[in-house]
Design a protein around this ligand. Structure first.
Ligand code: A3P
Length: 323
């Protein structure tokens, strides 16, 4: 059977009507991407986008992880889950949920999971604080997120590694008979902003500017920062979310324990992540590839690097943000 993520039809009447009015371009995995509120979406995810925009009511205690695709979402989902649930599930717990569940199951996407086929998802299994995630750009977030006290953790990654990771990931999602996308062709699309939840730069800048205005509401993080100083950033997350690590916890090396459970080696070697699948059809293993900074050096030509750097310079000029 065709995996859910490839399904483009079966959208609601409202969604099909909206889609018929939107600019469209060929997708990287499915046939078409649609431009909604300035960013590119698949038909399947659009259904979830309009539904969560309409129906999601944020609680003041909710925590929302927003990321650009392939920036380390899976990793940060695991870290946030372990962090906010560390009393319920200490790191040495034999049945820690991260040992038998993919992080995407523990911290579901609003528009790709909870609201994708359901206007009224069941939240009864979520303990407070509820942890959700999204790839939505700032301007497309459900309104109740801005109106409530809920916190946003935003994660992005340098565009060169983001692009390589996205290129590799989307090729894995294509069925064999679809063939694979060339690096050159997809690179052009990425540079032109036609990528999943792209344009990449506008996505990042939207959250960057908001995080400067509202540092208590939005914590802006990068994959490179997490890789370089994981302890520091985990502590920063604890402070930001109002659950700082105590002296007792430091004596028990809780920070190190969380980072160990969530490490690439640990997560990628678990049975659930080697053999399991998401309900939307993706193999859990597709979310673990190399987990390194700088893999772009093995793929991009000098011309490609120059082109990306030039775009970065133009787009980020004056923002104070650098990759
Ligand atoms: P690479 O393709 O560069 O290896 P996302 O979770 O947003 O889809 O991002 C996927 C990227 O994060 C992949 O990057 C993946 O290997 C990396 N990743 C997954 N789990 C990780 C972990 N525990 N630690 C560090 N990187 C991880």
């Amino acid at each position: 059977p065709m995996p859910e993520y490839l399904k483009e039809q079966d959208r609601s009447h409202e969604c099909m009507k909206l889609i018929s009015t939107l600019p469209t371009k060929p997708g990287w995995v499915v046939t078409a991407l649609y431009n909604y509120q300035g960013f590119w979406h698949t038909a399947r995810q659009l259904q979830g986008v309009i539904s969560c925009q309409k129906h999601y009511k944020a609680h003041d205690t909710d925590i929302l992880l927003v990321t650009t695709p392939k920036s380390g979402t899976t990793w940060l989902k695991a870290i946030l889950f372990a962090l906010v649930n560390r009393t319920r599930f200490p790191q040495h717990h034999d049945h820690h949920p991260l040992l038998s569940n993919n992080p995407h199951v523990l911290v579901p996407f609003l528009e790709l999971k909870l609201y994708v086929d359901d206007e009224n998802p069941d939240f009864s299994s979520f303990a407070s604080p509820r942890l959700f995630s999204s790839h939505l750009p700032y301007n497309s977030l459900p309104k109740s997120i801005g109106d409530s006290q809920c916190k946003i953790v935003y994660l992005c990654r340098n565009p060169k590694d983001t692009f390589i990771s996205l290129w590799a990931f989307t090729n894995k999602l294509r069925l064999q008979e679809m063939g694979i996308n060339s690096l050159e062709e997809t690179f052009d699309k990425f540079c032109e902003g036609v990528s999943l939840y792209g344009p990449f730069w506008e996505h990042v800048l939207g959250y960057w500017h908001e995080s400067l205005k509202h540092p208590d509401k939005i914590c802006f993080m990068t994959y490179e920062g997490m890789k370089e100083q994981p302890e520091l950033h985990l502590r920063k997350l604890g402070d930001f979310l109002g659950c700082p690590f105590s002296i007792e916890e430091d004596k028990e090396s809780v920070v190190e324990g969380i980072l160990e459970i969530c490490s690439f080696d640990n997560l990628s070697n678990l049975k659930v992540n080697k053999e399991g699948k998401l309900s939307s059809g993706e193999d859990n293993s597709t979310f673990f590839r190399k987990g390194e900074v700088g893999d772009w050096k093995n793929h991009l030509t000098t011309e490609m690097v120059e082109r990306l750097e030039k775009i970065c310079e133009e787009k980020l000029e004056g923002s104070g943000l650098k990759f």
